[in-house]
Design a protein around this ligand. Structure first.
Ligand code: SAH
Length: 293
């Protein structure tokens, strides 16, 4: 009998803590400086990297003074994006200042600040981008809430945070970067029993069939992988998350995109693709609130 040397038997290929894909996503967000993400946030230091909901004030387009027109369009888009953040935050509650919330894929931090302003709660935001985490922590310091709102450079699939310590958690337009089963397993671990999970996300519509051309273009634009609607409910059911409220926000987000399309100083080039995707029925903007049982 021959015995393999111990070293040879136990040697495995080194597994990086972060996949190559996740490195590319981090590169994207570390380099990202789109005016639509920065100029809107500068208005009131609430930085959102998601889309808007609600009826737009179209009168901003009639403004005769070019500089003022620009500012009014910027402010209106920010109002619609903040309305989206408030809608999500409203589904997290009721929460008390003693409660802790988890913001998965937190961007430049506007969502955690929105939750803290509303409930006075503690918040932990995680992003895969070091630049975003630093930026968001600086914002929290300036607002004097750094003792309660903290941002971390971590993977939302493997946060290392304390099990059962969170009363609520969410993903605001960040689920398309990860496998839902892994994501919801981490939320279910972090949430206490009876805790609330909320997501607002773009998903592809199962009734259309598979991912449309427009959905594929959006994936290519953001380096992401938009999931079908059905997959959310399957993955939640497998991970102790029971939906309590589902809302199709597709019609509510179209005015935002119509207005943004006309904001020459803010467009990123993806506007028509989103409008086409929503209108041809292949793509939906969805809110899901679920209880952790
Ligand atoms: N929720 C924020 C930002 C949305 S943009 C907002 O509403 O403003 C998508 C975010 O997901 C980015 O901050 C990106 O860094 C983050 N992200 C993508 N993959 C991630 C991962 N595996 N772990 C943590 N954050 C991730």
């Amino acid at each position: 009998m021959t015995t393999a040397p111990v070293a040879a038997r136990s040697a495995t290929a080194p597994v990086p803590t972060q996949s190559t894909y996740q490195n590319r996503v981090a590169d994207y967000w570390n380099a990202e400086e789109n005016p639509v993400n920065l100029e809107l946030g500068q208005i009131d230091d609430l930085y959102h990297h998601h889309y808007g909901v609600g009826e737009a004030d179209w009168s901003v387009l009639d403004e005769a003074d070019p500089a003022l027109r620009r500012d009014r369009i910027t402010a209106e888009l920010h109002r619609l994006e903040h309305a989206q953040a408030e809608l999500l935050a409203a589904h997290l509650g009721p929460l008390t200042p003693a409660d802790r919330v988890f913001d998965a894929g937190c961007g430049r931090g506007g969502g955690s600040i929105t939750a803290n302003l509303r409930y006075g709660c503690h918040a932990d935001g995680v992003t895969i981008s070091a630049k975003q985490a630093d930026f968001a922590n600086e914002q929290a310091r300036r607002r004097d809430v750094a003792d309660k709102v903290r941002y971390h450079l971590r993977n939302m699939l493997d946060t290392g945070f304390e099990t059962g310590a969170y009363a609520a958690s969410w993903n605001n337009e960040s689920t398309m970067y990860v496998e839902l089963d892994l994501l919801f397993a981490e939320h279910a671990r972090l949430l206490r029993r009876g805790g609330r999970y909320v997501t607002i996300t773009g998903c592809y519509n199962d009734t259309y069939g598979r991912a449309s051309r427009e959905v594929s273009l959006i994936n290519a634009h953001y380096i992401c992988d938009i999931h079908p609607r059905s997959e959310y409910f399957r993955a939640m059911a497998r991970n102790r998350l029971v939906p309590v409220h589902v809302e199709d926000l597709t019609a509510a987000t179209i005015p935002y995109w119509e207005l943004r399309k006309q904001a020459d100083h803010l467009v990123t080039g993806v506007e028509d693709t989103f409008l086409d995707a929503y209108r041809n029925g292949s793509f939906q903007y969805l809110l899901i609130a679920a209880d952790r049982v």
